[in-house]
Design a protein around this ligand. Sequence first.
Ligand code: BES
Ligand code: MN
Ligand code: ZN
Length: 489
Amino acid sequence: MIKVRFAAALPEGSHCVVVLVPKDALAETAVPGDATLIRAAAAASRFEGEAGAVSEHHVAHASGAQRLLLVGVGQSSEEDFEKAGAAISARLLTSGETQVAVDLAGLAIKPSAKAVARLAAGAVLRGWRYDTYRTKLPEKQKPTLAEVIIVGAPEGIEGAWAHQSAIVEGVSLTRELVTEPANIIYPATFVERCARLKDFGIEIEVLGRDEMAAAGMGALLGVAQGSVREPKLLVMKWDGSAGAQAKPVVLVGKGVTFDTGGISLKPPGGMEDMKWDMGGAGAVAGAMLTLASRKSKAHVVGICGLVENMPDGNAQRPGDVVTSMSGQTIEVINTDAEGRLVLCDAMTWVQKKYSPDYMVDLATLTGAIIISLGHEYAGLFTNDDGLAEKLTSAGKAASDPLWRFPLSAAYDKLIDSPIADIKNVGPREGGSITAAQFLQRFVNDGVKWAHLDIAGMVWASKPGAVWDKGATGFGVRLLDRFVADNFEG
Ligand code: BES
Ligand code: MN
Ligand code: ZN
Protein backbone atom coordinates (compact mmCIF):
# COMPACT_ATOMS: atom_id res chain seq x y z
CA MET A 1 0.00 0.00 0.00
CA ILE A 2 1.16 3.55 -0.75
CA LYS A 3 2.54 5.32 2.32
CA VAL A 4 1.54 8.83 3.36
CA ARG A 5 3.82 11.33 5.07
CA PHE A 6 3.42 14.98 6.01
CA ALA A 7 6.38 17.35 5.70
CA ALA A 8 7.21 21.04 5.97
CA ALA A 9 9.39 21.18 2.85
CA LEU A 10 9.75 19.39 -0.49
CA PRO A 11 11.99 16.30 -0.28
CA GLU A 12 15.54 16.17 -1.64
CA GLY A 13 16.28 14.15 -4.74
CA SER A 14 14.10 12.88 -7.53
CA HIS A 15 10.35 13.01 -7.10
CA CYS A 16 7.24 14.17 -8.89
CA VAL A 17 5.64 17.44 -7.77
CA VAL A 18 1.91 18.05 -7.69
CA VAL A 19 0.35 21.49 -7.70
CA LEU A 20 -3.39 21.62 -6.95
CA VAL A 21 -5.57 23.91 -9.02
CA PRO A 22 -9.17 24.90 -8.19
CA LYS A 23 -11.52 25.27 -11.14
CA ASP A 24 -10.48 28.17 -13.38
CA ALA A 25 -7.81 29.30 -10.90
CA LEU A 26 -4.63 28.43 -12.77
CA ALA A 27 -3.70 32.10 -13.15
CA GLU A 28 -3.75 32.57 -9.35
CA THR A 29 -1.86 29.33 -8.65
CA ALA A 30 1.90 29.36 -8.01
CA VAL A 31 3.60 27.07 -10.55
CA PRO A 32 7.29 26.08 -10.49
CA GLY A 33 9.58 26.43 -13.51
CA ASP A 34 8.54 28.50 -16.51
CA ALA A 35 5.10 29.35 -15.14
CA THR A 36 4.00 31.24 -18.25
CA LEU A 37 4.83 28.35 -20.54
CA ILE A 38 3.27 25.75 -18.24
CA ARG A 39 0.04 27.72 -17.81
CA ALA A 40 -0.16 28.15 -21.59
CA ALA A 41 0.51 24.44 -22.19
CA ALA A 42 -2.11 23.44 -19.62
CA ALA A 43 -4.67 25.76 -21.17
CA ALA A 44 -3.82 24.39 -24.64
CA SER A 45 -4.54 20.86 -23.36
CA ARG A 46 -7.91 22.12 -22.07
CA PHE A 47 -6.99 21.77 -18.39
CA GLU A 48 -9.38 23.91 -16.33
CA GLY A 49 -8.91 22.53 -12.83
CA GLU A 50 -11.95 20.23 -12.76
CA ALA A 51 -11.78 17.80 -9.83
CA GLY A 52 -9.46 14.97 -10.83
CA ALA A 53 -8.26 16.55 -14.09
CA VAL A 54 -4.51 16.14 -14.64
CA SER A 55 -2.07 18.06 -16.81
CA GLU A 56 1.46 16.68 -17.00
CA HIS A 57 4.61 18.77 -17.52
CA HIS A 58 8.31 18.65 -16.88
CA VAL A 59 10.54 21.25 -15.28
CA ALA A 60 14.33 21.46 -14.89
CA HIS A 61 15.67 19.97 -11.66
CA ALA A 62 19.02 19.00 -10.15
CA SER A 63 18.14 15.36 -10.92
CA GLY A 64 17.48 16.18 -14.61
CA ALA A 65 13.86 16.60 -15.58
CA GLN A 66 11.26 16.68 -12.85
CA ARG A 67 7.72 15.63 -13.56
CA LEU A 68 5.10 18.20 -12.57
CA LEU A 69 1.40 17.43 -12.39
CA LEU A 70 -1.24 20.12 -12.24
CA VAL A 71 -4.21 18.40 -10.60
CA GLY A 72 -7.69 19.92 -10.44
CA VAL A 73 -9.59 20.20 -7.16
CA GLY A 74 -12.73 21.66 -8.79
CA GLN A 75 -14.90 23.40 -6.21
CA SER A 76 -12.51 22.28 -3.43
CA SER A 77 -15.06 20.11 -1.61
CA GLU A 78 -13.75 17.18 0.43
CA GLU A 79 -14.92 14.83 -2.30
CA ASP A 80 -13.12 16.93 -4.91
CA PHE A 81 -9.90 16.62 -2.92
CA GLU A 82 -10.41 12.87 -2.71
CA LYS A 83 -10.86 12.73 -6.48
CA ALA A 84 -7.66 14.73 -6.93
CA GLY A 85 -5.75 12.30 -4.72
CA ALA A 86 -7.12 9.36 -6.67
CA ALA A 87 -6.16 11.02 -9.96
CA ILE A 88 -2.60 11.47 -8.73
CA SER A 89 -2.06 7.81 -7.97
CA ALA A 90 -3.97 6.63 -11.05
CA ARG A 91 -1.52 8.68 -13.14
CA LEU A 92 1.65 7.79 -11.25
CA LEU A 93 1.10 4.25 -9.95
CA THR A 94 3.15 2.53 -12.67
CA SER A 95 4.88 5.65 -14.01
CA GLY A 96 8.34 4.87 -12.69
CA GLU A 97 7.99 7.57 -10.01
CA THR A 98 8.41 6.29 -6.47
CA GLN A 99 7.67 9.49 -4.57
CA VAL A 100 5.19 12.25 -5.16
CA ALA A 101 5.15 15.51 -3.24
CA VAL A 102 1.87 17.42 -3.14
CA ASP A 103 2.88 21.02 -2.57
CA LEU A 104 0.08 22.98 -0.91
CA ALA A 105 2.08 26.22 -0.66
CA GLY A 106 0.98 27.79 -3.94
CA LEU A 107 -2.64 26.67 -3.73
CA ALA A 108 -5.13 29.45 -4.43
CA ILE A 109 -7.39 28.39 -1.50
CA LYS A 110 -6.79 27.19 2.09
CA PRO A 111 -8.05 23.59 2.31
CA SER A 112 -9.29 22.08 5.59
CA ALA A 113 -7.29 19.33 7.27
CA LYS A 114 -10.16 16.96 6.46
CA ALA A 115 -9.98 17.78 2.76
CA VAL A 116 -6.23 17.20 2.67
CA ALA A 117 -6.62 13.93 4.57
CA ARG A 118 -9.21 12.81 2.03
CA LEU A 119 -6.81 13.65 -0.77
CA ALA A 120 -4.28 11.34 0.84
CA ALA A 121 -6.92 8.63 1.35
CA GLY A 122 -8.01 8.97 -2.28
CA ALA A 123 -4.43 8.46 -3.40
CA VAL A 124 -3.89 5.34 -1.28
CA LEU A 125 -7.27 3.80 -2.14
CA ARG A 126 -6.89 4.36 -5.87
CA GLY A 127 -3.40 2.87 -5.72
CA TRP A 128 -4.57 -0.31 -3.97
CA ARG A 129 -3.90 -3.52 -5.91
CA TYR A 130 -3.81 -7.21 -5.16
CA ASP A 131 -1.00 -8.75 -7.18
CA THR A 132 -0.52 -11.89 -5.07
CA TYR A 133 -1.23 -14.25 -7.94
CA ARG A 134 0.52 -12.36 -10.72
CA THR A 135 3.92 -14.00 -10.92
CA LYS A 136 4.76 -12.79 -14.41
CA LEU A 137 3.77 -9.14 -14.32
CA PRO A 138 5.89 -7.24 -16.89
CA GLU A 139 8.28 -4.77 -15.26
CA LYS A 140 6.49 -1.74 -16.70
CA GLN A 141 3.15 -2.86 -15.25
CA LYS A 142 4.51 -3.16 -11.73
CA PRO A 143 3.49 -0.40 -9.33
CA THR A 144 6.33 1.97 -8.54
CA LEU A 145 4.64 4.71 -6.53
CA ALA A 146 5.44 4.03 -2.88
CA GLU A 147 4.97 7.30 -1.05
CA VAL A 148 2.81 10.42 -1.08
CA ILE A 149 4.33 13.37 0.76
CA ILE A 150 1.99 16.23 1.60
CA VAL A 151 3.95 19.43 1.99
CA GLY A 152 2.54 22.28 4.06
CA ALA A 153 -0.58 20.51 5.35
CA PRO A 154 -2.88 22.59 7.58
CA GLU A 155 -3.06 22.27 11.35
CA GLY A 156 -5.05 19.29 12.60
CA ILE A 157 -3.86 17.04 9.80
CA GLU A 158 -2.70 14.29 12.19
CA GLY A 159 -6.19 13.78 13.62
CA ALA A 160 -7.86 14.03 10.23
CA TRP A 161 -5.41 11.57 8.72
CA ALA A 162 -5.74 9.13 11.65
CA HIS A 163 -9.44 8.85 10.78
CA GLN A 164 -8.90 8.53 7.03
CA SER A 165 -6.07 6.08 7.50
CA ALA A 166 -8.38 3.85 9.57
CA ILE A 167 -10.85 3.98 6.69
CA VAL A 168 -8.12 2.99 4.24
CA GLU A 169 -7.22 0.01 6.45
CA GLY A 170 -10.84 -1.12 6.62
CA VAL A 171 -11.47 -0.71 2.89
CA SER A 172 -8.27 -2.65 2.15
CA LEU A 173 -9.39 -5.58 4.30
CA THR A 174 -12.77 -5.62 2.56
CA ARG A 175 -11.18 -5.51 -0.88
CA GLU A 176 -8.76 -8.28 0.02
CA LEU A 177 -11.57 -10.55 1.24
CA VAL A 178 -13.67 -9.79 -1.83
CA THR A 179 -10.80 -10.23 -4.30
CA GLU A 180 -9.56 -13.57 -3.02
CA PRO A 181 -11.03 -16.52 -4.92
CA ALA A 182 -13.39 -18.96 -3.27
CA ASN A 183 -10.82 -21.75 -3.01
CA ILE A 184 -8.84 -19.44 -0.73
CA ILE A 185 -11.59 -17.57 1.13
CA TYR A 186 -14.30 -19.84 2.48
CA PRO A 187 -16.04 -19.59 5.85
CA ALA A 188 -13.13 -20.88 7.97
CA THR A 189 -10.47 -18.83 6.18
CA PHE A 190 -12.64 -15.71 6.19
CA VAL A 191 -12.72 -16.05 9.96
CA GLU A 192 -8.92 -16.57 10.05
CA ARG A 193 -8.32 -13.42 8.01
CA CYS A 194 -10.35 -11.50 10.56
CA ALA A 195 -8.37 -12.79 13.53
CA ARG A 196 -6.14 -9.72 13.36
CA LEU A 197 -9.10 -7.56 14.41
CA LYS A 198 -8.32 -8.81 17.92
CA ASP A 199 -5.10 -6.77 17.85
CA PHE A 200 -7.29 -3.67 17.65
CA GLY A 201 -9.36 -4.61 20.70
CA ILE A 202 -12.21 -6.38 18.94
CA GLU A 203 -13.63 -9.41 20.68
CA ILE A 204 -14.38 -12.30 18.33
CA GLU A 205 -16.83 -15.14 18.76
CA VAL A 206 -17.29 -17.89 16.16
CA LEU A 207 -20.12 -20.39 15.94
CA GLY A 208 -19.59 -23.57 13.93
CA ARG A 209 -22.11 -26.02 12.55
CA ASP A 210 -22.87 -27.66 15.90
CA GLU A 211 -23.46 -24.40 17.75
CA MET A 212 -25.69 -23.15 14.95
CA ALA A 213 -27.64 -26.40 14.94
CA ALA A 214 -28.11 -26.09 18.69
CA ALA A 215 -29.45 -22.57 18.17
CA GLY A 216 -31.89 -23.88 15.58
CA MET A 217 -30.56 -22.11 12.52
CA GLY A 218 -32.21 -24.40 9.99
CA ALA A 219 -32.33 -21.77 7.25
CA LEU A 220 -28.62 -20.96 7.25
CA LEU A 221 -27.65 -24.61 7.68
CA GLY A 222 -29.93 -25.66 4.82
CA VAL A 223 -27.87 -23.48 2.49
CA ALA A 224 -24.60 -24.85 3.86
CA GLN A 225 -25.54 -28.53 3.66
CA GLY A 226 -24.45 -28.95 0.04
CA SER A 227 -20.91 -27.81 0.77
CA VAL A 228 -17.94 -29.61 2.30
CA ARG A 229 -16.92 -26.28 3.86
CA GLU A 230 -18.22 -25.84 7.38
CA PRO A 231 -20.35 -22.71 7.77
CA LYS A 232 -19.37 -20.14 10.37
CA LEU A 233 -21.14 -17.35 12.16
CA LEU A 234 -18.54 -14.67 12.87
CA VAL A 235 -19.33 -12.13 15.59
CA MET A 236 -17.10 -9.08 16.10
CA LYS A 237 -17.68 -6.87 19.13
CA TRP A 238 -16.37 -3.38 19.70
CA ASP A 239 -17.40 -1.26 22.67
CA GLY A 240 -15.76 2.16 22.60
CA SER A 241 -18.51 3.67 24.74
CA ALA A 242 -17.01 2.37 27.99
CA GLY A 243 -20.32 0.74 28.83
CA ALA A 244 -22.35 3.94 28.27
CA GLN A 245 -24.23 2.43 25.31
CA ALA A 246 -25.87 -0.72 26.66
CA LYS A 247 -27.25 -1.76 23.28
CA PRO A 248 -24.89 -1.99 20.34
CA VAL A 249 -25.57 -0.87 16.80
CA VAL A 250 -25.69 -4.15 14.90
CA LEU A 251 -24.25 -4.69 11.42
CA VAL A 252 -25.09 -7.92 9.60
CA GLY A 253 -23.27 -9.14 6.49
CA LYS A 254 -24.16 -11.74 3.86
CA GLY A 255 -21.09 -13.91 3.52
CA VAL A 256 -21.78 -16.46 0.80
CA THR A 257 -18.17 -17.26 -0.05
CA PHE A 258 -19.31 -18.81 -3.32
CA ASP A 259 -22.80 -18.91 -4.77
CA THR A 260 -23.29 -21.56 -7.45
CA GLY A 261 -27.04 -21.25 -6.96
CA GLY A 262 -27.11 -24.73 -5.44
CA ILE A 263 -29.51 -27.21 -7.09
CA SER A 264 -31.14 -24.17 -8.77
CA LEU A 265 -27.77 -23.93 -10.49
CA LYS A 266 -26.70 -20.65 -12.06
CA PRO A 267 -25.68 -20.60 -15.74
CA PRO A 268 -21.89 -20.82 -16.24
CA GLY A 269 -21.41 -17.41 -17.88
CA GLY A 270 -20.05 -15.06 -15.25
CA MET A 271 -20.46 -17.51 -12.39
CA GLU A 272 -16.91 -16.66 -11.28
CA ASP A 273 -18.33 -13.34 -10.07
CA MET A 274 -20.03 -15.22 -7.28
CA LYS A 275 -16.75 -15.30 -5.37
CA TRP A 276 -17.75 -11.80 -4.29
CA ASP A 277 -21.11 -12.85 -2.90
CA MET A 278 -19.54 -12.28 0.51
CA GLY A 279 -19.20 -8.54 -0.13
CA GLY A 280 -21.66 -7.64 2.63
CA ALA A 281 -19.70 -9.67 5.17
CA GLY A 282 -16.49 -8.17 3.80
CA ALA A 283 -17.87 -4.66 4.32
CA VAL A 284 -18.93 -5.46 7.89
CA ALA A 285 -15.48 -6.87 8.72
CA GLY A 286 -13.75 -3.87 7.12
CA ALA A 287 -16.00 -1.41 8.93
CA MET A 288 -15.30 -3.10 12.28
CA LEU A 289 -11.56 -2.78 11.61
CA THR A 290 -11.97 0.91 10.76
CA LEU A 291 -14.04 1.63 13.87
CA ALA A 292 -11.63 -0.17 16.20
CA SER A 293 -8.49 1.20 14.63
CA ARG A 294 -9.71 4.77 15.09
CA LYS A 295 -11.05 3.92 18.56
CA SER A 296 -14.63 4.89 17.81
CA LYS A 297 -16.61 5.83 20.91
CA ALA A 298 -19.56 3.74 19.78
CA HIS A 299 -20.72 0.26 20.76
CA VAL A 300 -20.98 -1.83 17.59
CA VAL A 301 -21.43 -5.54 16.90
CA GLY A 302 -20.74 -6.93 13.44
CA ILE A 303 -22.01 -10.37 12.48
CA CYS A 304 -21.29 -12.31 9.31
CA GLY A 305 -23.21 -15.36 8.11
CA LEU A 306 -20.55 -17.34 6.23
CA VAL A 307 -21.55 -20.26 4.01
CA GLU A 308 -20.84 -21.74 0.60
CA ASN A 309 -23.84 -22.50 -1.65
CA MET A 310 -23.08 -25.70 -3.60
CA PRO A 311 -25.05 -28.39 -5.47
CA ASP A 312 -24.34 -31.85 -4.06
CA GLY A 313 -25.95 -35.13 -3.12
CA ASN A 314 -26.68 -33.62 0.26
CA ALA A 315 -27.74 -30.19 -1.01
CA GLN A 316 -31.20 -28.89 -0.20
CA ARG A 317 -33.84 -29.21 -2.92
CA PRO A 318 -36.40 -26.78 -4.30
CA GLY A 319 -39.54 -27.40 -2.30
CA ASP A 320 -37.74 -28.29 0.92
CA VAL A 321 -39.18 -26.71 4.04
CA VAL A 322 -36.71 -25.54 6.66
CA THR A 323 -37.30 -24.13 10.12
CA SER A 324 -35.48 -20.90 10.87
CA MET A 325 -34.15 -19.95 14.30
CA SER A 326 -37.11 -17.58 14.69
CA GLY A 327 -39.44 -20.59 14.49
CA GLN A 328 -40.87 -19.48 11.15
CA THR A 329 -40.90 -22.19 8.51
CA ILE A 330 -39.60 -21.42 5.02
CA GLU A 331 -40.41 -23.13 1.74
CA VAL A 332 -37.22 -23.05 -0.33
CA ILE A 333 -38.60 -22.49 -3.83
CA ASN A 334 -35.25 -21.54 -5.32
CA THR A 335 -31.97 -22.58 -3.74
CA ASP A 336 -30.32 -19.62 -5.47
CA ALA A 337 -32.23 -17.22 -3.23
CA GLU A 338 -29.85 -18.28 -0.44
CA GLY A 339 -28.67 -14.94 0.90
CA ARG A 340 -31.94 -14.22 2.69
CA LEU A 341 -31.85 -17.71 4.24
CA VAL A 342 -28.42 -16.99 5.67
CA LEU A 343 -29.27 -13.49 6.83
CA CYS A 344 -32.54 -14.35 8.55
CA ASP A 345 -30.89 -16.68 11.05
CA ALA A 346 -27.97 -14.31 11.64
CA MET A 347 -30.49 -11.52 12.29
CA THR A 348 -32.54 -13.63 14.69
CA TRP A 349 -29.45 -14.71 16.63
CA VAL A 350 -28.04 -11.22 16.99
CA GLN A 351 -31.37 -9.69 18.01
CA LYS A 352 -31.89 -12.34 20.64
CA LYS A 353 -28.42 -11.84 22.03
CA TYR A 354 -28.13 -8.03 21.91
CA SER A 355 -31.68 -6.56 21.66
CA PRO A 356 -30.40 -3.76 19.41
CA ASP A 357 -32.33 -0.57 18.64
CA TYR A 358 -30.57 -0.35 15.28
CA MET A 359 -29.71 -3.15 12.86
CA VAL A 360 -28.29 -2.65 9.36
CA ASP A 361 -27.64 -5.54 7.01
CA LEU A 362 -25.51 -5.44 3.87
CA ALA A 363 -25.88 -8.06 1.17
CA THR A 364 -25.22 -8.79 -2.48
CA LEU A 365 -28.78 -10.02 -2.39
CA THR A 366 -30.35 -9.66 -5.84
CA GLY A 367 -29.43 -9.32 -9.48
CA ALA A 368 -32.61 -7.25 -9.77
CA ILE A 369 -31.07 -4.36 -7.84
CA ILE A 370 -28.45 -4.08 -10.60
CA ILE A 371 -31.24 -3.88 -13.17
CA SER A 372 -32.84 -1.08 -11.12
CA LEU A 373 -29.87 1.02 -10.11
CA GLY A 374 -26.92 -0.14 -12.18
CA HIS A 375 -23.62 0.48 -10.45
CA GLU A 376 -24.30 3.99 -9.14
CA TYR A 377 -26.34 3.44 -5.96
CA ALA A 378 -26.95 0.60 -3.54
CA GLY A 379 -30.60 -0.09 -2.70
CA LEU A 380 -31.85 0.99 0.72
CA PHE A 381 -34.86 -0.65 2.37
CA THR A 382 -35.92 0.33 5.87
CA ASN A 383 -38.81 0.36 8.31
CA ASP A 384 -37.81 3.76 9.72
CA ASP A 385 -37.73 7.17 8.02
CA GLY A 386 -35.19 8.55 10.48
CA LEU A 387 -32.81 5.71 9.77
CA ALA A 388 -33.35 6.23 6.03
CA GLU A 389 -32.23 9.82 6.42
CA LYS A 390 -29.21 8.91 8.58
CA LEU A 391 -27.99 6.30 6.13
CA THR A 392 -28.69 8.32 3.00
CA SER A 393 -26.80 11.33 4.27
CA ALA A 394 -23.90 9.22 5.54
CA GLY A 395 -23.73 7.55 2.13
CA LYS A 396 -23.69 10.85 0.35
CA ALA A 397 -20.98 12.33 2.59
CA ALA A 398 -18.83 9.21 2.33
CA SER A 399 -19.30 8.70 -1.44
CA ASP A 400 -21.06 5.34 -0.94
CA PRO A 401 -24.48 6.44 -2.27
CA LEU A 402 -27.84 4.84 -1.38
CA TRP A 403 -31.28 5.05 -3.01
CA ARG A 404 -34.41 4.17 -1.02
CA PHE A 405 -36.99 1.62 -2.21
CA PRO A 406 -40.48 0.98 -0.82
CA LEU A 407 -41.69 -1.77 1.51
CA SER A 408 -45.37 -2.56 1.99
CA ALA A 409 -47.94 -5.17 2.95
CA ALA A 410 -48.84 -5.71 -0.70
CA TYR A 411 -45.26 -6.74 -1.49
CA ASP A 412 -45.10 -8.79 1.69
CA LYS A 413 -48.10 -10.87 0.63
CA LEU A 414 -46.17 -12.04 -2.45
CA ILE A 415 -43.96 -14.29 -0.33
CA ASP A 416 -46.73 -16.15 1.48
CA SER A 417 -46.28 -19.90 0.97
CA PRO A 418 -49.05 -22.49 0.48
CA ILE A 419 -47.23 -24.99 2.68
CA ALA A 420 -45.05 -23.00 5.11
CA ASP A 421 -45.06 -19.58 6.80
CA ILE A 422 -43.09 -17.96 4.00
CA LYS A 423 -41.39 -18.84 0.73
CA ASN A 424 -37.95 -17.66 -0.24
CA VAL A 425 -38.85 -16.07 -3.57
CA GLY A 426 -41.68 -13.99 -4.95
CA PRO A 427 -42.44 -13.25 -8.60
CA ARG A 428 -39.70 -11.90 -10.88
CA GLU A 429 -41.15 -8.39 -10.74
CA GLY A 430 -39.97 -6.35 -7.77
CA GLY A 431 -37.44 -9.04 -6.87
CA SER A 432 -35.25 -6.79 -4.74
CA ILE A 433 -38.27 -5.60 -2.76
CA THR A 434 -39.68 -9.05 -2.01
CA ALA A 435 -36.18 -10.09 -0.92
CA ALA A 436 -36.24 -7.19 1.55
CA GLN A 437 -39.77 -8.13 2.65
CA PHE A 438 -38.47 -11.60 3.42
CA LEU A 439 -35.80 -10.15 5.70
CA GLN A 440 -38.30 -7.83 7.36
CA ARG A 441 -40.27 -10.82 8.60
CA PHE A 442 -37.29 -11.58 10.83
CA VAL A 443 -37.00 -8.10 12.34
CA ASN A 444 -38.24 -7.90 15.92
CA ASP A 445 -40.81 -5.30 16.97
CA GLY A 446 -39.26 -1.94 17.76
CA VAL A 447 -35.99 -2.59 15.97
CA LYS A 448 -35.04 0.13 13.51
CA TRP A 449 -33.74 -1.93 10.63
CA ALA A 450 -32.26 -1.22 7.24
CA HIS A 451 -31.23 -3.56 4.45
CA LEU A 452 -28.66 -2.43 1.89
CA ASP A 453 -28.66 -4.42 -1.34
CA ILE A 454 -25.11 -3.81 -2.54
CA ALA A 455 -24.99 -6.35 -5.41
CA GLY A 456 -24.20 -3.63 -7.96
CA MET A 457 -21.52 -1.92 -5.89
CA VAL A 458 -19.08 -4.53 -4.61
CA TRP A 459 -17.24 -5.20 -7.86
CA ALA A 460 -16.38 -2.81 -10.69
CA SER A 461 -15.66 -3.78 -14.28
CA LYS A 462 -13.93 -0.45 -14.89
CA PRO A 463 -11.93 1.96 -12.73
CA GLY A 464 -14.03 4.30 -10.56
CA ALA A 465 -13.53 7.28 -8.29
CA VAL A 466 -11.19 5.67 -5.76
CA TRP A 467 -10.80 2.16 -7.08
CA ASP A 468 -9.28 0.35 -10.01
CA LYS A 469 -11.41 -2.32 -11.65
CA GLY A 470 -12.21 -5.09 -9.18
CA ALA A 471 -13.23 -4.87 -5.53
CA THR A 472 -14.44 -1.42 -4.48
CA GLY A 473 -14.72 -1.81 -0.71
CA PHE A 474 -18.26 -0.43 -0.84
CA GLY A 475 -19.92 0.02 2.54
CA VAL A 476 -16.93 0.64 4.78
CA ARG A 477 -16.88 4.40 4.34
CA LEU A 478 -20.67 4.52 4.62
CA LEU A 479 -20.82 2.52 7.86
CA ASP A 480 -17.94 4.47 9.37
CA ARG A 481 -19.71 7.73 8.65
CA PHE A 482 -23.08 6.41 9.85
CA VAL A 483 -21.56 5.39 13.18
CA ALA A 484 -19.45 8.55 13.51
CA ASP A 485 -22.39 10.88 12.86
CA ASN A 486 -24.99 9.14 15.03
CA PHE A 487 -23.49 6.95 17.73
CA GLU A 488 -20.42 8.65 19.10
CA GLY A 489 -22.17 10.89 21.64
N1 BES B 1 -25.88 -13.54 -5.06
C1 BES B 1 -27.04 -13.48 -5.87
C2 BES B 1 -27.38 -12.08 -6.33
C3 BES B 1 -26.40 -11.45 -7.28
C4 BES B 1 -26.56 -11.61 -8.63
C5 BES B 1 -25.36 -10.67 -6.80
C6 BES B 1 -25.69 -11.02 -9.51
C7 BES B 1 -24.48 -10.08 -7.68
C8 BES B 1 -24.64 -10.24 -9.04
C9 BES B 1 -28.24 -14.05 -5.12
O1 BES B 1 -27.95 -15.06 -4.22
C10 BES B 1 -29.16 -14.60 -6.13
O2 BES B 1 -28.80 -15.56 -6.76
N2 BES B 1 -30.32 -13.99 -6.27
C11 BES B 1 -31.29 -14.42 -7.22
C12 BES B 1 -32.62 -14.41 -6.55
C13 BES B 1 -33.70 -15.09 -7.35
C14 BES B 1 -33.44 -16.57 -7.40
C15 BES B 1 -35.02 -14.80 -6.70
C16 BES B 1 -31.24 -13.46 -8.39
O3 BES B 1 -31.02 -12.27 -8.17
O4 BES B 1 -31.38 -13.91 -9.52
MN1 MN C 1 -27.95 -16.97 -5.14
ZN1 ZN D 1 -26.06 -15.08 -3.45
